[in-house]
Design a protein around this ligand. Structure first.
Ligand code: TYD
Ligand code: MG
Length: 453
């Protein structure tokens, strides 16, 4: 039998090449050529009509049988929450995050508990069986039912899964897995893509829920192709500062639930513990008000969170002042600085500006605009703002304050934690203030806000 011949394709311009080279001869981009899985007969000499004809049936949309998705609990409530209410049978979940943030820990914890009722396999491609055993001992959970497999070959993993028929399987990590059908090294784009597609097929055909652990590059993206995110059902990211003990898991894609849902954990000496009342963990505890600090209430997923925004404005002696933002979007910061200059009359072109969301939380909603702007102003003028004051609101390019969603829920959360005053968008002002002990100051424009302060 003739040996199946490999083909190569450029990732940028999709041209096909007979052999690998460092630069694509067509579009001249570097390091973009990668190996494709070997073609088997059809396809090489154009499209093969006979091979594809009649293999799938077409039916009317309303005749499709409706089956409800079957979920089971991961035995960790916060993880169930980010998954949209439990793990869906046969779904593939990608868990990404920085090294050492706790990916292996949470999945081992989950599997050890799930294995008490269901078949579960933990595949370790990165650590030795002894290392996993040692971690399990730290977690102090029952371990006699969990099956462990040390393997990096996807064909071997599929064979074990077919024999053992697990309900849940963890692959730690997808970057170490390779398939025999490709010659490129494990971790390369084509290997990751091909191995993932084999595992996705395994999950769907055998109703196995699979967790894939993915590494994150320095830029914060999943190492390997973006296409990995398209292939799986759910993508979860670990967030959080490794210097603090709090860890967040955020759903960035979920075919079976809401995105941006957050699960909050604390790393302890016996694994990750759930934080059931997370609202106040993102506040730095100051004894007295300090300048450059403003508290906002953000809504991540389905619950409100109090978050402290800190800013530092310092005179810059270079022609190119620095703008650094941690936990908030940096383009948004540039925009807010321009609005502050144009509509607030605060010139910051010769100042460095640093902003930070306390506790390693990442805020993506625009409701943080007002808090960021006021924190910058407070630091610039060196005037502390009361730590019993709360703000939220989006700022438009003409300096107007726009409403945010779920205002009442945010205010309730603030009042629960003893806040006395809230600056909120005028359009969000409730007709009757039903929240006791909370004075509301509605604002319409950035100028009103500065007056109100
Ligand atoms: P790990 O789960 O191995 O991270 P990842 O798989 O994302 O690379 O790492 C966890 C870190 O947490 C490691 O630095 C040790 C620490 N840790 C604890 O503090 N307590 C524990 O009980 C465990 C198991 C780990
Ligand atoms: Mg790990």
């Amino acid at each position: 039998m003739a040996k199946a011949q490999s083909q190569y394709q450029c990732r940028e311009c999709a041209s096909l090449q007979p052999k690998w080279s460092g630069q694509c001869p067509d579009c001249r981009s570097w390091n973009s050529i990668e190996e494709l899985p070997a073609l088997s007969g059809a396809g090489k000499s154009g499209f093969n009509w006979h091979a594809t004809e009649g293999s799938a049936e077409m039916i009317n949309l309303n005749e499709v049988p409706t089956t409800s998705t079957i979920r089971f609990s991961t035995e960790i409530d916060e993880l169930d929450r980010v998954l949209g209410g439990g793990l869906v049978q046969g779904s593939v979940v990608l868990l990404g995050g920085d090294p050492g943030i706790g990916k292996s820990t949470i999945l081992l914890q989950c599997l050890m508990q799930v294995s008490l009722q269901l078949n579960a396999i933990y595949v370790t491609g990165e650590e030795s069986l002894q290392q996993v055993r040692m971690r399990a001992q730290r977690l102090k959970l029952a371990s006699e039912h969990l099956k462990l497999l040390s393997s990096t070959c996807v064909e071997e993993i599929v064979a074990h899964a077919s024999n053992h028929k697990p309900a849940v399987m963890v692959i730690d990590s997808i970057q170490t897995i390779f398939t025999n059908s490709l010659q490129s090294t494990p971790g390369s784009v084509s290997q990751i893509r091909e191995s993932t597609s084999i595992l996705v097929r395994l999950a769907k055909q055998n109703n196995i829920a699979i967790f894939l652990v993915g590494h994150v590059t320095k830029e914060g993206q999943l190492a390997g192709p973006r296409v990995l995110e398209h292939m799986v059902d759910t993508v979860l990211y670990f967030e959080g500062d490794s210097s603090t003990r709090y860890r967040l898991i955020r759903a960035v894609k979920n075919r079976f639930g809401a995105v941006n849902e957050l699960g909050i954990f604390a790393m302890t000496d016996a694994g990750l513990k759930q934080v059931s009342n997370p609202s106040a963990i993102f506040l730095a505890q100051h004894d007295k008000p300090v300048s450059g600090s403003i508290i906002m209430v953000s809504r991540e997923g389905s619950r409100p969170l109090l978050v402290e925004i800190q800013a530092l404005v310092a005179e810059s002696h270079t022609g190119n002042p620095r703008r650094v933002s941690v936990g908030l979007e940096s383009n948004r910061l540039a925009m807010l600085l321009a609005i502050l200059q144009r509509h607030g009359g605060v010139p910051l072109y010769n100042h460095d500006v640093f902003i930070n969301a306390v506790g390693g939380v990442r805020i993506s909603e625009t409701g943080a605009d007002l808090a960021v702007t006021l924190a910058i102003l407070s630091s610039y003028r060196d005037r502390p703002v009361s730590n019993r004051l709360l703000v939220f609101g989006e700022i438009g390019l003409s300096g107007e304050i726009r409403p945010v969603a779920n205002c009442e829920e945010r205010l309730k959360e603030a009042s629960k934690h003893g806040f006395e005053t809230a600056i909120i968008p005028k359009a969000n002002m409730p007709k009757t203030n039903r929240i006791k002990n909370l004075k509301l100051i509605p604002v319409n424009h950035l100028v009103d806000t500065l007056d109100a302060l």
